[in-house]
Design a protein around this ligand. Structure first.
Ligand SMILES: NC(=O)c1ccc[n+]([C@@H]2O[C@H](COP(=O)([O-])OP(=O)(O)OC[C@H]3O[C@@H](n4cnc5c(N)ncnc54)[C@H](O)[C@@H]3O)[C@@H](O)[C@H]2O)c1
Ligand SMILES: [Zn+2]
Ligand SMILES: [Zn+2]
Length: 397
């Protein structure tokens, strides 16, 4: 089959690779109908996540048709399903308390050491996201093997087209959990750093949850415009002093809650960020946490800090004093996707949440490398890329 494979920093290619096979009785095989490129994929593309090997198939946002099932799968051939990017067994201690992204069984034992050393506990497995998280092949491909297919995938009713539901695989639940972790109360002022897909869904979720004011920070005009259309007030961090503007916009108090939807590759010429960029380039630093540091300083004392943005290792000059002295609450994490798919599918069906507004480009799978390049280099107009294995090569919609 054809699949998007990683070969090194800024080198991804669509290659022919072996077809996936049923390995365990709970597996299913999907024929991919739609798959997306995520901001998290850019961390792999930029070479800042360890443990990716040449030839690895990427992609953790996908949906498709069930074409084969193991004997213990609950899926049926012909069903259309969306698959969470977190691979979870459903039976371990963490899955039982719905902390699916902490599943103890999905990351094979022989792959657990690296994350256990880094984080104190091994990570759960994710699709197409390095050997740190299991080394599973991803779904930017014609076919994918889905382990624990009786737990993760959600069956989609025929009347909902792919693009309405594809983002249940990751960014919609991630934006939602980002807002939920900010413990938004009615009438809160909430600030969201980053107006990429995750930030935009966090903004939409915060408004649905009752925030009276949402302030969005980025530097790309089109992304800020999308945030505005959702109802946010916006700040361009290249031209405006963010903390000053935010104090003014929040009645001189500071925001009640802040959401970091940027993660480990923050942009900008803040001095700490310039140093972090240099360290990341030469491999002596992992995370550029400039946006998170700014968020911690901007939130009001007693406020909440939610971190859906991905971080991988250690960061320098972290404002631990502000965190402690201001009495802040912090919540973070890879999304417990399985917890949110059904309630969010209901919100898509009843029209509370729109998911299609952020798709900027649809490309054939064969052109996936072009999708990565443009999504990285022209983020302003390439907001979200959907890849279609069946689409004619060379086409862009
Ligand atoms: N927690 C999870 O389970 C989960 C799931 C999906 C994505 N993520 C992470 O969420 C983050 C966002 O994902 P995305 O797909 O929206 O990525 P993206 O790269 O499309 O968007 C990031 C946005 O942040 C903006 N930005 C950069 N530096 C900034 C700064 N200093 N201040 C304000 N804005 C800044 C960029 O201009 C960009 O628009 C990534 O780190 C991604 O890995 C986490
Ligand atoms: Zn993703
Ligand atoms: Zn589990």
């Amino acid at each position: 089959m054809r699949a998007l494979t990683w070969h090194g920093t800024h080198d991804v290619r669509v290659d022919s690779v072996p077809d996936p096979e049923i390995v365990n009785p709970r597996d299913a095989i999907l024929k991919i109908t739609s798959t997306a490129i995520c901001g998290s994929d850019l961390h792999l593309y930029d070479g800042v996540i360890p443990g990716v090997a040449p030839g690895d198939v990427l992609g953790h946002e996908f949906m498709g048709e069930v074409v084969e099932t193991g004997k213990d799968s609950t899926l049926k051939k012909g069903q259309r399903v969306v698959v969470p990017f977190t691979i979870s067994c459903g039976g371990c201690f963490h899955c039982q308390i719905k902390q699916y992204s902490a599943c103890e069984n999905s990351n094979p034992a022989e792959k657990q050491d690296m994350s256990a050393t880094l984080y104190g506990h091994p990570m759960a497995a994710l699709f197409g996201y390095s050997h740190l998280t299991g080394g599973y092949s991803g779904g930017q491909a014609e076919y994918v093997r889905v382990p624990f297919s009786d737990v993760g995938p959600i069956v989609i009713p025929d009347h909902l087209e792919d693009e309405k539901v594809l983002f249940l695989s990751d960014i919609l639940p991630t934006g939602w959990m980002g807002a939920e972790n900010a413990e938004i109360q009615h009438d809160d002022t909430v600030a969201v750093w980053g107006c990429g897909p995750v930030g935009l869904f966090a903004i939409q979720s915060a408004i649905v949850m009752g925030a009276s004011k949402v302030i969005a920070i980025d530097h790309y005009p089109h992304r800020l415009e999308l945030a505005k259309q959702l109802g946010a007030e916006v700040i361009d961090f290249r031209t405006t002093d963010v903390r000053e503007a935010m104090m003014e916009m929040s009645g001189g108090i500071g925001c009640d809650a802040v959401i970091d939807a940027v993660g480990m590759e923050a942009h900008g010429f803040a001095i700490d960020n310039m140093i972090d960029i240099a360290k990341q380039k030469v491999g002596i630093g992992t995370d550029r946490a400039s946006a998170l540091k700014q968020a911690i300083l901007a939130v009001r004392p007693g406020g909440r800090v939610s971190i859906p943005g991905v971080y991988g290792g250690m960061t320098d000059k972290f404002p631990l004093g502000a965190l402690m002295e201001k009495g802040l609450q912090v919540r973070a994490g890879q999304t417990h996707v399985q917890r949110y798919t059904k309630p969010l599918l209901d919100k898509i069906e009843d029209g509370t949440i729109d998911t299609t507004f952020l798709i900027s480009h649809r490309l054939p799978l064969e052109d996936a490398a072009r999708g990565y390049k443009n999504f990285r280099e022209d983020q302003d107009s390439w907001t979200k890329v959907v890849l279609k294995p069946g689409m004619e090569a060379g086409a862009t919609v």
